[in-house]
Design a protein around this ligand. Structure first.
Ligand SMILES: [Mg+2]
Length: 228
């Protein structure tokens, strides 16, 4: 099986460190201009899409030439923030769940996230996870839409393991309707956790296979996965 974790509000919380670093990057690249994320949905979306909307909201054409420097400077600010006072805190139960699944025979782990690879890896490492635990990943740059991402992680898994898993052997764990949608679109199973901005009632409307308030009861989550 392949278990694919979302990062923000599923594995960990950074209390806005990512958004603050993006704002700092914009202010560094466009000195004298004022930027804001007011009115821009960030939860469960790809950083590439967030960046494009963020630029257009400020009347800047989001060209490829601008995207490269933005990604780099955003990463520098996030790294500096984490070296200072910015936090990336693992959510309750996540370390134990990841460790338990990692130790199970026949289960591989990966990340499916809207984060860029370099900044997502910074967040994971700062929260105390070993990035190499997650071997089959898909990041913001791996698709135009979150729906593209599970397939990318599954392709990478198939290339290493020598055979392709059927989609129902893949479980996505995430905190937003976008996570549920990307799993369903690819025929994967999905565990939704209400540790982000969406309540259990909101997530229930999107009919995940398993719905939890959080991952505190990690033993039962690990058992649920092992029994699939
Ligand atoms: Mg999330």
């Amino acid at each position: 099986m392949l278990v694919l974790f979302d990062i923000d509000a599923t594995l960990l919380k950074t209390e806005g460190a990512g958004i603050r670093a993006m704002l700092s990057a914009a202010h560094e690249l466009f000195p004298g201009r004022v930027f804001s994320f007011a009115g821009i949905e960030v939860s469960g979306r790809l950083d590439t899409l967030i960046w494009r909307e963020f630029m257009r909201r400020h009347n800047i054409e989001p060209t490829t030439d601008l995207h490269g420097p933005f990604r780099r400077v955003y990463g520098e600010h996030l790294q500096r923030g984490f070296a200072g006072t910015c936090r990336s805190d693992a959510l309750p139960g996540t370390h134990a769940l990841v460790d338990a699944l990692h130790a199970m025979e026949g289960i591989d782990l990966g990340i499916v996230t809207g984060n860029y690879e370099h900044t997502g890896t910074l967040k994971i490492a700062k929260a105390g996870f070993a990035p190499e635990t997650f071997r089959f990943n898909a990041w913001a740059d791996d698709g135009e839409h979150r729906r593209d991402l599970p397939r990318v992680a599954m392709d990478r898994h198939g290339a290493v393991r020598g055979s392709r898993l059927s989609a129902e052997r893949v479980i996505v764990i995430g905190d937003t309707p976008h996570d549920i949608d990307c799993a369903r679109h690819n025929g994967c199973q999905v565990i939704a956790v209400a540790t982000g901005i969406h309540s259990e009632a909101e997530l229930a409307e999107h009919k995940p296979d398993l719905l939890l308030a959080n991952l505190r009861e990690w033993q039962s989550v690990a058992s649920w996965i092992a029994c699939r």
